[in-house]
Design a protein around this ligand. Structure first.
Ligand SMILES: Cc1ncc(COP(=O)(O)O)c(C=O)c1O
Length: 444
């Protein structure tokens, strides 16, 4: 054990094992944030950093919104915590009703979690349990997608399609198949919005049905736009096709909207953009604009109602978290939803989409730019790998952006991702892409 005296510590950054981080490199050259307001972070040493990725795809309202801060403070004073099992508090019900009203179709029940990963595992468990309570318990197989990211729980990494997130963690869930990725550079390079090529890739579900029989298939889970593998929007017509095949065989369709929910693609949920109603929607991140952890699953009425049988004193679903519908998270979410509505931030994304696309696609032609994709307020720039190996140029770009250009970006390997707060101004879009252009040149 080291003593607490700081002089005894060779490096006081040592104890924190950082998630999804190159820990050794970070601790040699830390990228630290101290404060945040609006479109900016401020570093502890006083630099103002433009937030190109809404924290981590979550601070959609911009940072430090007074209403959200006040709501959290007031809630902490009024009631810090309430147990969610067998006991309720009013804001949980208010928030569920608000979310149900925002969701398309009859997605009118909400199960609360604390993160996107928990939301995904919850949705998968609800799907499996639904088939059990519906007398079709043989439907146990799950279908995800290559290059999908569905969080880091064992369910999420089993249906997810990112090799590094899977290969070290044993056998995972059994009975999982994967649809092919929807991304194909030779057919889709430099696309704005949904690529024209690729709807037919949904037909692969027919082959999975052919292999296992529909009677064994519980659910398909996809992101409407795969975010964490570098922003891969669904091809035109793909999600409709997937819905049709799921309907044909009675398979549940889950949209993982942890990133696409709350305005990123110009709607409360991307399901609306595509005119497709899934059976469940997972959400997190933007629901509280990142201020307090929260996630959840929106569930269609028929699925929820299937559980509401048996003796009334009996628990209907043996699942939940100590912090489901935490009062601070509910207060933050209610204030966040007010801001979205009052400032029409989702509509703002649709209004900015063209200008945003123009600005990001203007980076085409810079050294090593192999592809650019934009949709809603998302932009992804694939760079060719450098001689340092896959991911090195991306990592250099992250550092260059943070330390030299005062810009926070997200990288996925050699892909640079932008997903700013939805309050970004037109001039800040120009500033952001200009900074990113400098970064790309610097790492050439
Ligand atoms: C689509 C999707 N699902 C699930 C998750 C996991 O969310 P969390 O990190 O809150 O567990 C993420 C996180 O980025 C995500 O993008």
């Amino acid at each position: 054990m080291t003593s607490n005296a700081s002089t005894d510590l060779p490096n006081d950054l040592a104890a924190y094992w950082m998630p999804f981080t190159a820990n050794r490199a970070f601790k040699k050259a830390p990228r630290m944030l101290g404060r945040a307001k609006g479109m900016h972070y401020h570093t502890p040493d006083g630099r103002k950093v433009l937030d190109g990725v809404a924290g981590l795809w979550c601070v959609n309202t911009g940072h430090g919104r007074e209403e959200i801060v006040a709501a959290i403070q007031a809630q902490a004073q009024e009631m810090d915590y309430a147990p969610p099992f067998q006991i309720g508090h009013p804001k949980a019900f208010q928030l569920a009703s608000r979310l149900a009203a925002m969701a398309p179709g009859d997605l009118d029940h909400v199960f609360f979690t604390n993160s996107g990963s928990e939301a995904v595992d919850t949705a998968l468990k609800i799907a499996l349990a639904y088939w059990n309570v519906s007398g079709q318990g043989a439907r146990t197989r799950l279908v995800g997608r290559v290059r999908g990211y569905n969080g880091v729980g064992f369910g999420g990494i089993s249906v997810g399609g990112m090799v590094a997130n899977r290969k070290y963690f044993g056998s995972l869930l059994t009975g999982v198949d994967h649809l092919p990725t929807t991304y194909n550079r030779s057919e889709q390079a430099f696309t704005r919005g949904e690529p024209a090529w690729g709807a037919h890739l949904a037909d692969e579900l027919e082959n999975i049905v052919g292999l296992h029989d529909a009677s064994t298939l519980a659910a398909v889970i996809v992101e409407p736009m795969a975010g964490s593998t570098g922003a891969l929007p669904a091809p035109q017509g793909y999600l409709k096709r997937l819905r049709e095949i799921c309907d044909k065989y009675g398979i549940l369709l889950i949209f993982d909207e942890v990133i696409t929910g709350f305005g990123r693609l110009g709607h409360a949920f991307a399901a609306e953009r595509y005119g497709v109603i899934p059976d469940m929607i997972t959400f997190a991140k933007g629901v509280t604009a990142g201020a307090v952890p929260m996630g959840g699953v929106l569930v269609r009425k028929g699925i929820h109602d299937a559980f509401m049988k048996g003796p009334e004193h009996a628990v209907e679903l043996f699942h939940g978290y100590t912090y489901s519908a935490h009062p601070l998270a509910c207060a933050a979410a209610l204030a966040t939803l007010d801001i979205y509505a009052r400032e029409d931030l989702f509509g703002r994304v649709l209004r900015l989409e063209q200008l945003w696309g123009d600005a990001v696609h203007a980076l085409r032609g810079l050294p090593h730019v192999a592809d650019i994709r934009t949709i809603g307020l998302v932009g992804a720039i694939d760079l060719d790998p450098s001689d340092g190996g896959p991911g090195k140029r991306g990592f250099d770009a992250l550092n260059e952006a943070f330390h030299k250009q005062d810009l926070l970006i997200r990288t996925a390997g050699d892909t640079l991702v932008l997903a700013p707060p939805l309050i970004i101004s037109e001039s800040q879009i120009g500033e952001m892409t200009e900074k990113l252009g400098k970064v790309i040149r610097a790492v050439a």
